[in-house]
Ligand binder design. Structure first.
Ligand SMILES: [Zn+2]
Length: 446
């Protein structure tokens, strides 16, 4: 039997321009949605409630009984999703906190190996960790029985660390909400029908296309319309004639340089540079904040969510220009990735792992680096998505040595403005091509 693979895809859908009355209703729902979230954060983000988050039925029960929903006059579909949404955020902060605690445990020189093992073990068992935080009795984990440790001291330390690193989430952002999809949201073509505050009356929102989702849509309220983040399942394609292995250097100047010498996305830098220039004049602080919000809100298309949020905060004109520029760039990037796949027909693509330290660009200004990196990140993300959709394997190899080694003789060469130059074998080729050829060599060595 042929197995049918499906992958999840996040896409954006937009409404038509909406009347002010509808916008007002949507803004009200979004505001109350954030109020519900903040109330859940306030009640359950504390150190004592860790064990009540999974499953979260108790939280939901208590929130239902709290009377908050009635006071706000918010329909159940929004209220309950806001509660779950907030619980998810709190769980994320717990994940972050635990990672931080693991780090400080590793770095703490006053702890013996047994101490560390005990602490790491209890961090893994939620019920035990919760009991320690609530000063309750708990069974000693199997692998810690009989080891010589001062549990009283270690438990105190764990509580102290937790209080120190656990943050309470809070949101000031009131521009989005999500709701349950009970199957009726998209019942009419090109229309989204969502509950209003008046029982049995729906808000009808005309849409620009006829995409539908059976999952929970997230709605971003903009100035005169809404953007909806929806999740769809897509069937995976398989091309029988795609059999090649392609080795790609992902660059800043040219997007892709292949070891066979072909270039795709030539001079991408010329398009991204003007934007880099403009962005370098803007403060990144706000952006960072929104990014953090978006990140805890959903794991979909964060970049776009961020842009939408900014739209809501009075930087409309700047953003319109930015979005237009970005639109041009992303169209170019996507078209060139498609062209590469069509022409090279790969079954496998070999690239390097992303360099996180970004050492090669150290001479650039910090903001420039950030933008360049975000385009590189975008390119990688789009390549990964398109390959997943077409059953093409991506293999990432370690980037070490791909830049400085001569791909012809293996000696150390020099990266000069005019290209890669090897003193040993006197060869000279572009830095990108040398790197791509090294990727090919290394990939076949292993
Ligand atoms: Zn050489």
């Amino acid at each position: 039997m042929k197995q049918e693979n499906r992958i999840t895809k996040y896409v954006w859908q937009y409404s038509e321009k909406l009347p002010e009355e509808t916008m007002e209703a949507l803004r009200g729902i979004a505001l109350d949605y954030s109020r519900v979230k903040n109330e859940v954060y306030k009640r359950y983000a504390g150190i004592k409630n860790m064990n009540r988050l999974t499953p979260y039925y108790d939280v939901m029960k208590e929130m239902r009984r709290s009377g908050l929903r009635e006071r706000l006059g918010l329909p159940v579909s929004y209220f309950e999703v806001a509660v779950t949404d907030a619980v998810t955020d709190i769980k994320i902060t717990w994940g972050v906190t635990k990672n931080k605690i693991r780090e400080v445990i590793t770095a703490n020189e006053n702890l013996s190996d047994s101490d560390k093992m005990y602490l790491r073990t209890v961090l893994k068992i939620n019920s035990t960790y919760a009991a320690i935080l609530n000063r309750q009795n708990y069974p000693m984990p199997e692998n810690c029985k009989g080891i010589e440790i001062d549990t009283h001291r270690l438990n105190n330390l764990l509580c102290r660390y937790t209080r120190k690193y656990l943050t309470k989430p809070h949101t000031e952002y009131t521009g989005y909400f999500s709701l349950k999809n009970d199957g009726y949201l998209y019942k009419e073509a090109k229309t989204l029908r969502i509950p209003s505050r008046i029982p049995k009356k729906k808000l009808c929102i005309p849409l620009k296309d006829d995409m539908v989702t059976s999952r929970q849509p997230t709605i971003y309220v903009r100035e005169h319309d809404i953007a909806i983040s929806i999740t769809i399942d897509k069937k995976v394609k398989r091309h029988e004639d795609y059999t090649n292995t392609v080795y790609i250097h992902i660059g800043n100047k040219d997007m892709f340089t292949l070891s066979n010498g072909h270039i795709y996305g030539q001079n991408l830098w010329n398009i991204t540079a003007p934007e880099t220039e403009r962005l370098s004049h803007k403060s990144n602080e706000r952006q960072k904040m929104y990014l953090a919000y978006a990140h805890s809100m959903e794991e979909g298309n964060i970049k776009k969510a961020e842009a939408i949020m900014e739209n809501n905060l009075g930087k409309v004109k700047y953003n319109r220009i930015k979005e237009r520029e970005k639109g041009k760039t992303t169209t170019f990037i996507n078209a060139e990735i498609n062209r590469m796949l069509r022409e090279e027909k790969p079954s496998q693509i070999v690239i390097t792992k992303p360099v996180t330290k970004n050492r090669s660009n150290y001479h650039m200004r910090a903001t420039n680096r950030k933008v360049t990196r975000s385009f590189q990140g975008y390119v990688r993300k789009r390549l990964a998505q398109k390959c997943a959709e077409q059953s093409i394997t991506i293999r990432e190899i370690n980037a070490k040595g791909t830049g400085s080694t001569c791909s012809i003789c293996g000696a150390e060469g020099e990266r000069l403005p005019e290209g890669f130059v090897c003193m040993a074998c006197k060869s000279q080729l572009s830095i990108a091509l040398n790197s791509a050829k090294n990727i090919e060599r290394l990939a076949n060595e292993i």
